[in-house]
Design a protein around this ligand. Structure first.
Ligand code: NAP
Length: 357
């Protein structure tokens, strides 16, 4: 693996830059050692305006370099960068991302549209870096020189990082998930305050099937140019709760090799994730942290672990019906969206898959 620190930075753009995930990209790309944010794009209502006028900035301070950038339309002819991070609403992401890939651009997408296409990698670098091998299949099938690489639904990402070491060692058989998902997962302005304050909403449109199918792909094996699904049964229930950031996932699972809680904890503590990720700039020292506190993980206390890139797992214990129960927590707009996407781009860069900067 060649670390590209000594090279020029790749110029990158963010599509959907004005939204909740788009703004997280902007924060994470400020001062990035390998990527330089040169363009921002959004809908026609924002295009042509200075970014500071088009976006309602949600967190911290808007980087100076971005505030006066003119927002572009999401069209390849208007956006010069070879690498584009997409934080587009799924109603438009399909057409726009395809146009950019057809125009030879590398698209790193957060939207659902292409995630389950058999020739599109759905990647969490520490979990399934080898799935990037699908890009060869993608280019052969679609005849384009660009690429689409996706990252998963935010709750699926949290569950996949927590389960990857256990699936690798004990092979998942049956899996039940119940989520408590933050309001920032619904974008901005998102859920109306009178619907969510002091409340729990036991429905998130399309979320349960997304979680179920994406987990099977994320934990599947890449072999002979394709991903074979993880081969377990999964059932998810998803809830929106009055938390700002951080999706919590309660997991109950059985495994073919029936681990004890002690065996599971040992495997979770040892796991370091794919070696090809160890020196990537956005990779946290611990992609997975195990807490022994009886009442953790909690969004308020643990969501920013590893600068929002660490998934924290706790309450690992045996279950009376299946084998194990545990609780996992991760930052939805960082690990579950923009940070995951930047890490995917770093993996492409480090493995020589990006065009020259
Ligand atoms: P959001 O806050 O609603 O932002 C949506 C973005 O899409 C805005 O920049 C908006 O630009 C742009 N957009 C809307 N219609 C457009 C059009 N016709 N043409 C071009 N741009 C258009 O949503 P979000 O939460 O950031 O989510 C962005 C994507 O990431 C979604 O696909 C979502 O499912 C996915 N995702 C979100 C999370 C999360 O935790 N929030 C996690 C994982 C994945 P304007 O401001 O100009 O309208």
């Amino acid at each position: 693996m060649t670390a590209p620190q000594d090279r020029r930075k790749w110029k990158v753009a963010v599509l959907g830059a004005t939204g909740a995930v788009g703004q997280t990209f902007i924060r994470l790309l400020a001062d990035h050692p390998w990527f330089e944010l040169t363009e921002v794009a959004a809908s026609e209502k924002s295009a042509g305006k200075p970014f500071a006028d088009a976006a309602r900035w949600l967190e911290g301070t808007m980087p100076d370099a971005v505030s006066q950038m003119q927002v572009k339309s999401c069209r390849p002819l208007e956006v010069d960068a070879d690498i584009v991070f997409s934080a587009l609403d799924s109603t438009v992401a399909g057409d726009v991302e395809r146009e950019f890939a057809q125009a030879g651009r590398f698209v790193l997408s957060n939207a659902k549209n292409f995630r389950m296409d058999p020739d599109v990698p759905l990647v969490i670098p520490e979990v399934n870096a080898d799935h990037l091998g699908l890009l060869e299949t993608q280019r052969a099938a679609r005849g384009w020189t660009g690429a689409i690489v996706t990252n998963a639904n935010c709750a699926a990402t949290v569950a996949a990082v927590a389960l990857a070491p256990l699936h690798e060692r004990f092979r998942l058989d049956r899996l039940f998930l119940t989520t408590m998902q933050a309001v920032s997962g619904a974008g901005y302005p998102g859920v109306a305050s009178l619907d969510i304050l002091g409340n729990v909403i036991p429905y998130i449109a399309e979320e349960e099937p997304k979680l179920e199918r994406e987990l099977l792909k994320l934990l599947g094996r890449f072999e002979n140019g394709a991903v074979a699904d993880g081969g377990f049964q999964v059932s998810a229930q998803t809830n929106r709760v009055a938390v700002e950031h951080g999706h919590t996932v309660c997991i109950t699972a059985s495994f073919h090799e029936h681990p004890t809680a002690e065996q599971a904890l040992a495997v979770l503590r040892e796991w370091k994730g794919a070696e090809s990720t160890w020196s990537l700039p956005s990779r946290p020292e611990h992609p997975l942290a195990v807490t022994d506190e009886a009442d953790r993980p909690q969004p308020r206390r643990d969501v920013n672990a590893g600068d929002g890139m660490t998934v924290t797992v706790g309450r690992v214990r045996e279950d009376r019906i299946l084998d194990l129960r545990m609780v996992a927590l991760g930052h939805n707009t960082i690990r579950g969206a923009a940070g995951g996407s930047v890490l995917n781009a770093e993996l492409l860069a480090a493995t020589g898959m990006l065009p020259p900067a």
